[in-house]
Design a protein around this ligand. Structure first.
Ligand code: NAP
Length: 272
């Protein structure tokens, strides 16, 4: 039996998408954003109205990237994602300049080693875990605890970067996959803890054509892409669209999710 007086009904006004500029007046920080997926995300959020703060280790490339944004809408702060002093500088600067934070995209991630898990140097494994897992957690902790950002009051949104390598074991990048499986679980756990004020979701890409993934497709792109139902590899823009959706009000009822953005490759039996 249906009761039209109590059930929420779609109206002309509620038919989405809500607007082409879903982040008007909002402030977003994107870590690891001088190139690749992070830069793609920063461009998308900025195009939809956000003032964006971009981070990366090397200041030259970061400054060059920020110089391509409309004046006064993007800021570069260089530093290492797993450095507490860098995070403090980023959040203190945002609090001082803008007095608010709305979106945190914890994108910075590393994979400095390639080879079988049984041979991985434990110091390399620790570094991967420090940046990818503890770094991601620490960005969220610091955003939530910084009173000058009003992250809870603004109904803050966090999007983390996981990977299909965290869902299906991928040869040669085993510990990286383990770290991304941890990022996915971290994301869900944070979402449960931080609701209803803050939504936390992840995007898990397969191979996206960036510097990071070059070794996975260079010289054999067509062959790698043939395993993907969409018959092409991902682009930073593909991932930016997924991140922007999760960070927007269009996803207001969506939290604790890992959105696989992989051209269908995992379902088709492939991996990263
Ligand atoms: N590309 C893929 O196929 C793929 C697939 C699944 C998941 N992902 C994930 O997506 C995220 C972005 O990857 P991407 O492919 O865009 O990589 P990318 O093209 O290599 O870009 C990485 C960005 O992060 C910065 N960065 C690297 N290490 C950092 C650190 N320790 N602290 C702060 N910034 C750092 C880099 O600049 P600096 O070198 O100057 O620091 C650069 O701006 C990562 O978390 C990755 O694991 C990528």
């Amino acid at each position: 039996m249906s009761d039209s007086t109590s059930a929420a009904q779609p109206t002309a006004a509620s038919a989405g998408p809500k607007s082409g500029r879903r982040f008007e007046g909002q402030v977003a920080v994107i870590t690891g954003a001088s190139r690749g997926i992070g830069l793609g995300v920063a461009r998308r959020l900025n195009a939809e109205g956000a003032t964006v703060v971009l981070t990366a280790r090397k200041p030259e490339a970061l400054n060059e990237a920020v110089a391509t944004f409309p004046e006064g809408t993007a800021l570069a702060i260089a530093g290492k994602a797993d450095d507490p002093a860098h995070r403090a500088e980023v959040f203190d600067t945002i609090a001082q300049k803008f007095g608010r934070l709305d979106v945190l995209v914890a994108n910075a991630g590393i994979n400095p080693v390639y080879g079988p898990l049984v041979d991985i140097e434990l110091d390399a494994a620790r570094k991967i875990f420090d940046v990818n897992v503890l770094g991601t957690l620490a960005w969220v902790q610091d955003a939530v605890h910084h009173e000058g950002l009003k992250f809870r009051e603004n109904k803050g949104r966090v999007v983390t970067l996981s990977s299909v390598a965290g869902q299906v074991p991928s040869e040669g990048i085993g510990f990286y996959g383990i770290s991304k499986a941890a990022v996915s679980h971290l994301t869900k756990t944070l979402a449960v803890e931080l609701g209803p004020d803050i939504r936390v979701n992840a995007v898990a890409p397969a191979v996206v054509k960036t510097k990071f993934a070059t070794a996975l497709y260079e010289g054999r792109e067509e062959q790698v892409a043939s395993a993907y139902p969409v018959k092409r590899l991902g682009t930073p823009e593909d991932i930016a669209g997924a991140v922007a959706y999760l960070a927007s009000d269009d996803a207001d009822w969506i939290t604790a999710q890992v959105l696989t953005a992989d051209g269908g490759v995992v379902t088709a039996g492939g991996s990263a």
